[in-house]
Design a binder for this molecule. Structure first.
Ligand code: PLP
Length: 430
């Protein structure tokens, strides 16, 4: 007779970590380098992994969750709007899309908006706008910066000034060239008869948290006017009040003579715009706002009533709670603290970088930190991993920069907790 083997009892602790990892390794395209963390839920500035461990989230989904996690106003907007209307196609009009466009125009300047679903798609729309603008004259080339990041579509990687995103995907989409960031003379010298636009981030994010200088932005405006080029600013990461003003150029140019008059010709947005709900958009300045006429550009999901209702709610909360001021003030405190850490532990930290709530801790070269020197992982990656161990989430940028992109409603005591844990890791390395 066949022996009946009783099934083994369920484990006392269900190992969700391993089972989720297994689901990914079997079924999800491995295009991301993921950390060994599996999250189940969040609340405010904190995330919880499947084992119940709490993490202070200073990355906010890479500058996405601007109101933190599970914000009741976002939940309410999602529930209320979804009871009415989630989606109709762009063959029709809906009020939330019109109202959101009006709010963005109010915050940037006279112009119009197009809605998409991501940053790459927002930039793609601006690239098409530039091509349309230059088509009759045969001009099509767009200049972007070395170290920039503009998305992972084929045009996005062609626009991005980093070789690592292009490798293996050649031939590149034609019509993009890179120039050194914050170097006006280089921009002037690079312009060819085919050039039609220049696109820059107000603060380079993926490239390592480098703000554009006021002189550069003003100089690019003059140059673009002189050469009849469009000036685009990619505000996907640095926009949406992260620097203390709606767009980073507004913050960079405040208190600069003529700064408040500055306007680019196009601005791309995504990330924080929906506070975690996917939405992207571009704004285009009034003279060019009707270039993309009916039938020239479209996105099925662009500007759904649901996405726009959430984005409107996010703007309302930021305004009501003065989170722009919060990001500015707490961001200044953070920056001073990062600089203090650099001054106290020069053997580990080179400097603090950034503006408002787009910040970077620049580490010294890996070889100079004995605990990091032997690993083949970058210093930034190893530092981020050490922070995970003590419950803090940050984002590496390049090999030496640890980015802080906290939710705009981060509380002062949470900022304090973040800095003291960062200092704890630095001390252990010093
Ligand atoms: C400046 C900038 N532009 C564009 C993008 C692409 O956005 P998405 O990932 O939503 O396509 C990113 C994403 O990190 C970004 O930082």
């Amino acid at each position: 007779m066949k022996e009946i083997v009783p099934p083994s009892p369920p484990p006392l602790v269900h190992n969700q970590f391993e089972s989720v990892r297994e689901l990914f390794s079997q079924n999800v395209v491995p295009s991301y380098g993921r950390f060994d963390l599996v999250f189940s839920h969040g609340a405010g500035s904190y995330l919880f992994d499947v084992a119940g461990k709490r993490y202070l989230d200073l990355g906010a989904g890479i500058a996405v969750c601007c109101l933190g996690h599970a914000h009741p106003a976002i939940t309410e907007a999602l529930v209320e709007q979804s009871k009415k209307l989630i989606h109709v196609s762009n063959l029709y009009f809906t009020e939330p899309q019109g109202r959101l466009a009006a709010e963005l125009v109010k915050r940037i300047g006279a112009g119009k908006c197009f809605f998409a679903n991501s940053g790459a798609e927002a930039n793609e729309g601006l690239f098409k706008l530039a091509r349309k603008f230059g088509h009759a004259e045969g001009r099509f080339e767009i200049l972007t910066a070395t170290n920039s990041f503009h998305g992972r579509t084929l045009a996005g990687i062609a626009a991005t000034g980093q070789d690592k995103v292009k490798k293996g995907f050649e031939p590149a989409t034609p019509g993009f060239r890179h120039i050194p960031f914050n170097d006006l003379a280089a921009a002037r010298n690079a312009i060819s008869p085919a050039t039609i636009a220049i696109m820059m981030e107000g603060v380079q994010g993926e490239g390592g948290v480098t703000p554009a200088t006021p002189e550069y932005l003003l100089g690019l405006r003059t140059l673009c006017d002189e050469k009849k080029l469009l000036l685009f600013l990619d505000g996907v990461q640095c926009g949406h009040y992260r620097t203390g003003r709606f767009q980073s150029f507004q913050r960079i140019l405040e208190n600069v003579p003529c700064g408040e008059k500055f306007l680019p010709d196009g601005v791309s947005m995504a990330k924080s715009l929906g506070g975690g709900f996917p939405i992207g958009a571009f704004w285009v300045r009034a003279p060019y706002a009707d270039l993309l006429g009916p039938g020239t550009h479209a996105s099925t999901f662009g500007g759904t009533p649901l996405a726009c209702a959430v984005a409107l709610k996010v703007l309302e909360v930021i305004e009501r709670e003065r989170l722009d001021e919060q990001a500015r003030k707490l961001g200044e405190w953070f920056k001073r603290e990062l600089e203090r850490l650099a001054a106290t532990y020069p053997q580990v930290v080179k400097r603090g970088r950034g503006l408002g709530f787009i910040l970077g801790l620049e580490l010294v070269e890996k070889e100079k930190i004995p605990a990091f020197a032997k690993s083949d992982k970058s210093a930034a990656l190893q530092f981020v991993n050490r922070l995970h161990e003590i419950g803090v989430l940050t984002i590496p940028a390049g090999t030496q920069i640890v980015r802080l992109l906290p939710p705009l409603n981060l509380k002062p005591q949470e900022a304090g907790e973040g800095i003291s844990k960062i200092e704890e890791v630095i001390k252990s390395l010093a």
